[in-house]
Each structure stands twice: as structure tokens, then as C-alpha cells.
Design a protein around this ligand. Sequence first.
Ligand code: FES
Length: 172
Amino acid sequence: VRKANDISAEFAFNAENLQTAANILKRYPEGRGRSALVPLLELAQRQNNGFLSHESMEYIAGFLDLHYMQVYEAASFYTMFNLKPIGKNHIQICTTTPCWLKGSDEIVKTCEQELGIKFGETTKDGKYSLSEVECLGACTNAPVVQINDEYYEDLSPEKIREIIKSRPLQNS
Ligand code: FES
């Protein structure tokens, strides 16, 4: 897990993301840029090693002329936003009914055993975090797990074990 002193307290979009943010804002009608809150939070999270620090949310608030609390409300509502440092591989297990009926309990148990962590925790080496999420929208191929930007479907304990072992570490 990244230590607090490894993380710069300051946050500002880098040059590339400033350009990306400007392009995102163009999607919205004049004067409606605040509606870009979610995509800009996602951009900030990607730049900030996978989580939204207090400083990054303050920056977005300033960027969109919103109150910090309005930004925090959105960031804390969606499970796609992490409000604390996260492992390089963020394993998000869907446990909603279709996935549960198709064995998500076994997937959870296998991940917990392989990684030695529970939901909401990160391995000591900072490589993996485990989260429980609601429907990932791929129910026909339940049970489903999302790891960073990738979906893994039709899982079994054996398959998820192999995926964890073979998965290259992101951003390492
Ligand atoms: S219930 Fe798991 S993807 Fe929909």
C-alpha cells in the first residue's frame, strides 16, 4: 500500500489530462460543464494512482466551480471511485443475485484464500485490493469479476485462481 508520504498532497491535472478534460467539457452545452463531474473524477483517479485523494477532489471542485461537498457526494456514491489508496490490481467481485446464484460466494472465498485479505482490504505489498460490487451489467455470463478495466466472466474458483496468478501487475 502506498504510504501517505509517498503521495504528493498537491493535485493538478498534467498537461495531457488538461487537454483530455477540455475535450470532455466540449461534450456539454455552454454553461453546463458541471455535468462533467463524473468523467473528470474518473480522469483524476487514473492520474492519482487509482484513488481520489482529498486534494484531487478539491482540485475538481475548483475546476468545475462546485463545492467540495458536491464533489465528495458523487465520489462517495459510486463504487468505481476509491477514496483511499488501492492495490495495483483492484479485484471487484459482483455478488448481486444472478452472480450469487451462479457461485459468487465461491469466487469470494477463493480470492480471500489466495490473497489473504477480505473485502475492503489491500495486500501488504500493495498489489491487490478486494471489493464487493453490485451488478456489473454482464449477468448473462455470471459470475463476473472486474479487475481494473477488464471483465472476467463465467468464472469458477479454478479460473479466478489462474487469473490472479497470471495477471500482470498494472502500473508496476
Ligand atoms: S449480477 Fe453480476 S454482473 Fe449482473
